[in-house]
Design a protein. Structure first.
Length: 638
């Protein structure tokens, strides 16, 4: 096993949502083992529907100290990634709204770029649909349905259930889990209150009954669905399924975390046969995140103590808080949030998982910023990583960084809604132009090589990227024309040894004379599927510091109010005296106002922006101080 340390150095991290650049601090910070996770759902947020929103979300989560995201990948009878399993069984490859996209891939890239771990969340579990009589799942396989004593499809709290004891259903779910683990460089998986689970009223479908009879000398299950022996038998069937899941996960890597956020025990057992007490005792799961979703501090504290009571003390370190932050119109109050965290932290619980993401962003990011300022001031390593950094931040070289060598006839382009930063380069195929990207590699391992692609109808479909490794080189051709989304695109994986070296080259060689190429940032990310034994220690002094917006670092805050009419306030931090330019642009990239253009002292500054001379619409304000650049959207409504 290789034991390596990341060298302390100044580096740049790019916030992809428009123009954000952070210049890191080299100040040594404290590190803790602590779970800071957040669930990403479809409900109440358009996050998964927009690639730039995904990038901005991961940037923000990193800035407030979040170290894990749990994105939904299975809901409403569909996957949120292109699935061959679903296509073969149901002729629907992905949730219809995501056709032509892969939200999971985008989340993984943007999260890992920021050093955030990703555990795909199979949200619906054994629920086939919500209020749709089983949807496409039970239309195709009616024998998968869970039945009550009257022979009807069991519906509980609006969810239409499959039988989690049916071997075909179990195999189907495991095939989805395996598909995700095999096709994506993830850090584990997460189940929830619907898997493994079965409403206690169910189990009277023909398949489950036949299995029961085969083990009970032909006897039928008890009519009383709450019969203790009948409950125990069904729960044990679900437990054995979960052991299969664990084995399917761990055979692909011991580093993969098997997490669950079930209903609270013992209520979850009596209502849904969720035997979370056994899961943690038997080592089926690595992280137990019970849903302590309560609306008062006494009720919350009671559930915390109940979970700890039912768990041996030597297993308490596997328990993390499942906190209800946002649901429908409900948003947790700041006092209740902080008091709840104090309640479980004082009892030895080492971290939180929030349901769900949008609660951090409501009210101008109030709760997210509150956590960063009050609790998550120091960076945290995900527990079970033995005090080591599992996902360290990506190495990025932009076209105007020192690591980029630019030769030939390039034109500098600037469009606020395009590019990794506002600038990128364009060259014609009739002229010679090249750019080489060099990186300071700190550890041996397999790296994913990515390029930030700016697409245009004028570009070539054969942009030649050469990737270098160990004295060899391979050329890859990337379509910069027909793909309909800009952003990071993976070129290949390559094995690299430590040292400062050129890894990527893009040139106009072989490009059609009537076509162009564009050049933006290049990125390297350690591929954990290919390099699971590489250990990154906390000696990387920049780890965790480049995203925390303390008063001693650059930070541009969201304007307030937003939307506004016609005056809003823009606030920003600068850590040292510097020349500062703060400008406002329309969505065509035209500057419509310059609010600041002078030397300011270190500290927090506020500027009023009066838009009364402008038409209603979306604008963008941009802050530049030295090499630091950041921008945010604003909405002006008359």
């Amino acid at each position: 096993m290789k034991l390596l340390s990341v060298m302390c150095k100044r580096c740049t991290l790019i916030f992809v949502c428009f123009l954000l650049l952070f210049f890191t601090s080299a100040v040594r910070t404290q590190h803790v083992d602590e779970l800071r996770a957040v669930k990403l759902t479809l409900a109440g947020s358009n996050l998964l529907y927009n690639d730039s929103a995904i990038a901005g979300a991961m940037d923000y989560l990193a800035s407030i100290g979040i170290n894990m995201v749990l994105p939904v990948v299975w809901a409403r009878g569909y996957t949120m990634y292109p699935s061959d399993v679903m296509h073969d069984l149901f002729a629907t490859r992905i949730f219809p709204d995501f056709s032509g996209r892969d939200p999971l891939e985008r989340i993984i890239i943007e999260a890992h770029r920021n050093g955030i771990e990703v555990l795909p969340w199979f949200e619906y579990g054994f629920a086939a649909s919500f209020g749709q009589q089983g949807g496409q799942i039970l239309r195709r396989f009616p024998e998968w349905a869970l039945h009550d004593r009257e022979g009807k499809i069991l519906v509980k709290n609006g969810f239409d259930w499959m039988s989690g004891i049916n071997p075909d259903v179990q195999d189907f779910i495991i095939s989805l889990v395996v598909e995700v683990l095999d096709n994506y460089d993830v850090d584990g998986i997460e189940f929830s209150d619907r898997m493994p689970a079965m409403p206690v009223e169910g189990g009277y479908d023909s398949v489950t009954v036949a299995l029961y009879q085969s083990e009970h000398n032909g006897a039928l299950p008890p009519e009383n669905y709450a019969d203790p022996g009948w409950m125990r038998w069904r729960a044990d069937q679900l437990n054995r399924f979960y052991e299969r899941v664990r084995d399917s996960v761990k055979v692909r890597g011991e580093y993969l975390i098997n997490a669950s956020s079930p209903n609270v025990y013992p209520w979850g057992y009596s209502e849904y046969l969720q035997d979370s007490k056994t899961w943690i005792l038997d080592g089926t799961i690595d992280h137990l995140i019970p849903q302590w979703y309560r609306y008062s501090l006494p009720a919350y504290t009671y559930e915390v103590e109940q979970t700890l009571f039912h768990t041996p003390p030597e297993k308490h370190h596997k328990i993390y808080a499942g906190m209800l932050m946002k649901y429908g119109e409900y948003l947790i109050s700041p006092d209740f949030l902080l008091d709840s965290i104090e309640a479980h932290r004082s009892r030895g619980v080492r971290g939180e998982a929030y349901f769900y993401y949008v609660g951090l962003r409501d009210n101008n990011n109030f709760l997210g910023d509150l956590l960063a300022e009050r609790l998550y001031t120091d960076p945290a390593i995900v527990p079970d990583r033995e005090g080591k950094i599992w996902r360290h931040k990506a190495l990025i070289v932009n076209e105007d960084d020192e690591g980029a060598l630019v030769n030939g006839e390039w034109r500098e382009m600037e469009f606020p809604s395009m590019g990794y930063r506002p600038h990128f380069l364009r060259a014609s195929g009739k002229d010679f132009a090249e750019i080489k990207y060099s990186f300071d590699i700190a550890m041996s391992g397999w790296y994913g090589v990515y390029a930030y692609i700016i697409r245009s109808i004028a570009n070539t479909t054969q942009a030649p990227f050469t990737v270098y490794s160990g004295g060899d080189s391979v050329m890859y051709f990337v379509d910069q024309q027909s793909m309909h989304r800009d952003g990071w695109q993976k070129i290949t994986d390559v094995y690299l040894e430590p040292g400062y070296q050129t890894v990527v080259r893009l040139s106009t060689e072989g490009v059609e004379e009537n076509k162009s190429i564009t050049a933006d940032a290049a990125m390297l990310m350690l591929n954990r599927k290919l390099s699971p034994d590489v250990i990154v220690t906390v000696e990387d002094k920049s780890f965790g510091t480049d995203h925390v917006h303390r008063p001693g670092s650059f930070h541009l805050y969201q304007n307030y109010p937003n939307p506004f009419n016609p005056v809003t306030t823009i606030r920003f931090n600068i850590p040292q005296t510097d020349h500062v330019v703060l400008s406002v642009y329309n969505m065509l990239g035209q500057r419509v106002d310059r609010l600041v253009d002078n030397v300011l002292e270190a500290g927090t500054h506020e500027v009023k922006f009066n838009a009364s001379h402008l038409p209603s619409g979306v604008y963008m304000y941009r802050l530049q101080a030295g090499r630091y650049i950041e921008s945010k959207k604003i909405l002006y409504l008359k």
